[in-house]
Ligand binder design. Structure first.
Ligand code: SUD
Ligand code: ADP
Length: 272
């Protein structure tokens, strides 16, 4: 049996940090969305589970036992082993939930080939706060630590999106740790476009003001020059996204960023 899945890049169209919890995590409200591009996972049945990595960002995944692909395989009982090849196209520690998306892709592979255990949501949440949302990889609201998933009226499918990362890894732990305790309040609005338009990302203030990450400031400034209808930091950064009404506008923006900052990572796609 040969299986193939894309691990779709996650973005947070909006994210409000609400409170620091006793367990060190934070209660948040976030609007998850997914881009139709990402890592690519292929798998074949084998005697034992195995993970091989290749692709532009494979070198940054030093310890294979730490890999969320291996952890997701261990979390899901099956009659056969799976030998997985992970093509790591998404930058690591970039606010795109790359590791969570990879784990989500493994859940979909196992779901389609063998079915998932009834408690798969709890198993996904144990792997990481973003993993439950990444299993379906369609727009949803995340509450609690991000693992309580609620459906949302999605009127943004197909929206042209540009992702830009200026090449500075951002630690999620450090970014949450720099939160100043200001509750940004509940997310306002009903549909994805309304929620994205009327709320922000608490991490944008943390990255640009508290941590003073200049490359993020510059990314947001350059993206604003391309006149998107929305641009924002994703998750804890440093990837920023910009949304355009037309594919041509997105492609012009991509060219503009490439000319100004040829060394930055970028990818063009659409919301799924
Ligand atoms: C900020 C977000 C927004 O979607 O994404 P990224 O920027 O990482 O992509 C998420 O909340 C990240 O989710 P994820 O990266 O899966 O987090 P986990 O592996 O569970 O946790 C990593 C660490 O982040 C902190 N953490 C995570 C989630 C949360 N609600 N509160 C936290 O304080 C904790 O210190 C935890 O030890
Ligand atoms: N398959 C994977 N892809 C990316 N990162 C992974 C993976 N497995 C484990 N990790 C670890 O997870 C951490 C967070 O990576 P990632 O999910 O890319 O970032 P973020 O949480 O900012 O979206 C990194 O420190 C990385 O070493």
């Amino acid at each position: 049996m040969r299986l193939r899945e894309t691990a779709f890049a996650k973005i947070n169209l909006a994210l409000h940090i609400r409170a620091r919890r006793e367990d060190g995590y934070h209660d948040i409200e976030t609007l998850f969305a997914f881009v139709d591009k990402g890592d690519v996972l292929t798998a074949r049945t084998a005697e034992q589970d195995a993970v091989t990595t290749l692709g532009a960002f494979a070198r940054e995944l030093d310890n294979p036992f730490d890999n969320l692909v291996a952890k997701a395989l261990s979390a899901l009982p099956r009659p056969d082993g799976l030998a997985v090849t992970l093509e790591k196209n998404l930058p690591v520690a970039a606010g795109l939930g790359g590791g969570s998306a990879d784990a989500g892709a493994i859940f979909r592979m196992v779901r389609d080939a063998y079915g998932l255990p009834d408690d798969w949501r709890a198993r996904a949440a144990r792997l990481g706060a973003d993993v439950p949302a990444c299993v379906d990889s369609s727009s949803s609201l995340g509450k609690g630590t991000g693992t309580q998933i609620e459906p949302v009226e999605d009127d943004m499918v197909g929206t042209a999106v540009l992702l830009v990362n200026p090449g500075v890894p951002m630690s999620t732990v450090k970014a949450y740790g720099a939160w100043d305790g200001t509750d940004d309040g509940p997310l306002i609005g009903k549909s994805t476009s309304e929620i994205a338009g009327r709320n922000g990302n608490s991490f944008e203030r943390i990255a640009t003001e508290r941590l003073g990450v200049e490359p993020v400031v510059e990314t947001l400034r350059l993206l604003s020059e391309t006149k998107p209808f929305l641009h924002r930091l994703s998750g804890s950064g440093a990837t920023c996204f910009a949304l355009y009404r037309k594919i041509g506008e997105r492609d012009e923006a991509a060219d503009f960023i490439k000319r100004r900052r040829p060394e930055w990572w970028q990818i063009s796609g659409a919301l799924r």
